[in-house]
Design a binder for this molecule. Structure first.
Ligand SMILES: Cc1cc2nc3c(=O)[nH]c(=O)nc-3n(C[C@H](O)[C@H](O)[C@H](O)COP(=O)(O)OP(=O)(O)OC[C@H]3O[C@@H](n4cnc5c(N)ncnc54)[C@H](O)[C@@H]3O)c2cc1C
Length: 449
């Protein structure tokens, strides 16, 4: 019999990867530690358990990036999407599911498959080379033994235990009649540029109103098991800094020194800086603005910043317990650990964010593992598709220095060429292109390695 492909973790990503592999006729051994060892968030022992919301977000494949990802996954034979479609509950234009029935369907599909062997056990170290091709899909709550081994292999700085997410804005929604590009003191960066940052100037009144809003804004709480957050080691939430004293931010991430506002020729009283977040240059993050403000409050308060009044956010900020790799640095284009290529990662541990994204990366990892097993080189979906755009971002398109988990959004796609329609119609250009390009990829055989 063909040697099996090992998968560690039976969450959204591991379940999808197992399905893709077994459906292609290759045996799988799926190692899942629950119920032998629980996580802090999972409640049961089913596969693909949804640990919080029961929503897979928008199901609109024409105008929404996550809806497009759903559709691409359906077309690629996703187990997770098939179970979600079967177990959906009314939720307007969103795809929400009966979580127990959904997990039960996935569990039945995996346990009932003749090529999938389930082992309920915790894996406490890196998979040995004699396992051959192995996928690690242990998620944001990877058990400590395995997490420590991954960290030992990848280095201290390369496996984070918490995210510290600053909001990300679509560049095209920033008002450049107010903001300007400049690096502090025109200092040259490693890439040779002297104008790498977008600067949003605040005068005295605007700064004080902004600080007051940060302090008053509604915050989310840490869960009990997150309370010992080591975030104070270097990434305090912006509202916590604001509450330490009205001048704190002006001497921290909002200092205006060395930046010449072209409208006044002077340094601004305070400034918010945005730094490029992806190689495409479509996304910019608010530097130092990791936050636990509620999402609604973030939109309201960050739109008080001059130049960001009409900002559209690709992602809002957050701080959570979340184990993830610096994938742009560590993984190759088919999710293999460069230093140990028999190991491939999938799911949230790769730095994608969300149920659907995790399952999508599981789907890709499963297909790439199949190609490896056949001695072929896996072919990534085109970056114009949602799966390809997400993969390209986490494996290289994102800035490694500031890498934080990412949801799928249109800012990850290369902008189509030519003149684009405005507003909603623009999104249809992206989604039509994606589905056309996906079709080609689905028909493509893997290449000779
Ligand atoms: C508290 C919390 C709430 C979240 N809420 C949402 C939300 O509402 N919506 C959303 O879209 N996303 C949410 N996420 C983010 C993310 O989408 C989910 O965590 C998602 O389940 C990730 O999928 P995954 O397959 O990567 O990991 P998981 O689904 O967590 O699966 C990983 C599996 O690996 C197993 N495992 C871990 N370590 C080992 C080991 N050493 N050996 C064997 N098995 C192991 C675990 O038991 C688990 O079954 C949340 C995350 C957390 C932590």
């Amino acid at each position: 019999m063909t040697n099996p492909i090992h998968i560690i973790g039976g969450g959204l990503a591991g379940s999808e990867a197992a399905w893709q592999i077994a459906s292609a006729g290759v045996p799988v051994i799926l190692h899942e530690m629950r119920p032998v060892r629980p996580t802090e968030a999972h409640k049961g022992e089913g596969f693909a358990e949804l640990v919080c919301s029961n929503s897979f977000r928008s199901d609109d494949a024409e105008y929404n990036a996550v809806g497009l990802l759903h559709e691409e996954m359906r077309r690629a034979g996703s187990l997770i999407l098939a179970a979600a479609d079967r177990r959906k509950v009314p939720a307007g234009s969103a795809l929400a599911v009966d979580r127990d029935a959904f997990s039960e369907d996935v569990t039945n599909a995996l346990t009932g498959h003749s090529l999938i062997e389930i082992r309920r056990e915790e894996i406490t170290g890196l998979p040995p080379p004699d396992w051959g091709v192995t996928i690690i899909a242990t998620g944001p709550l990877t058990a400590p033994g395995l997490a420590a081994s991954i960290r030992a292999e990848t280095g201290e700085e390369s496996l984070a235990f918490f995210d510290a997410i600053a909001p990300i804005v679509y560049r095209e929604s920033i008002d450049f009649s107010v903001c300007w590009m400049q690096s502090r003191y025109d200092k040259e960066g490693p890439g040779g540029g002297k104008a790498d940052y977008i600067n949003c100037p605040l005068d005295r009144d605007q700064y004080h109103a902004f600080v007051a809003a940060l302090i008053a804004g509604e915050k989310t709480e840490f869960k009990d098991w997150e309370r010992d957050t080591p975030y104070f080691e270097g990434c305090l939430p912006i509202e916590v800094m604001a509450a330490r004293g009205v001048e704190t931010l002006r001497y921290g991430p909002m200092k205006g020194v060395g930046l010449d506002d072209p409208r006044t020729g002077r340094w601004p009283y305070a400034v918010v800086q945005l730094r490029q977040d992806n190689a495409l240059g479509t996304l910019y993050n608010l530097v130092g603005f990791q936050t636990k403000l509620k999402h609604g409050a973030q939109v309201e308060i960050f739109r008080m910043i001059p130049g960001l009044e009409k900002a559209e956010f690709a992602r809002l900020g957050g701080l959570h317990r979340n184990i993830f790799l610096n994938s742009p640095r560590l993984l190759d284009g088919t999710l293999r650990l460069k230093s140990c290529p028999h190991i491939r990662f999938a799911g949230q541990i790769t730095g994608c964010e969300g149920y659907v994204e995790s399952a999508a990366v599981g789907l890709l990892a499963g297909r790439f593992a199949l190609a490896d097993r056949a001695g072929l080189a896996g072919v990534a979906p085109p970056p114009t598709t949602a799966m390809g755009a997400l993969l390209a971002h986490i494996t290289g398109g994102a800035e490694a220095e500031s890498f934080q988990p990412m949801n799928i959004n249109f800012g990850l796609f290369p902008p189509p060429e030519g003149k684009l329609p405005k507003g909603r119609d623009r999104k249809r250009v992206y989604t039509a292109r994606a589905l056309a390009d996906l079709q080609g990829w689905l028909c493509l055989p893997a290449r000779a390695a």
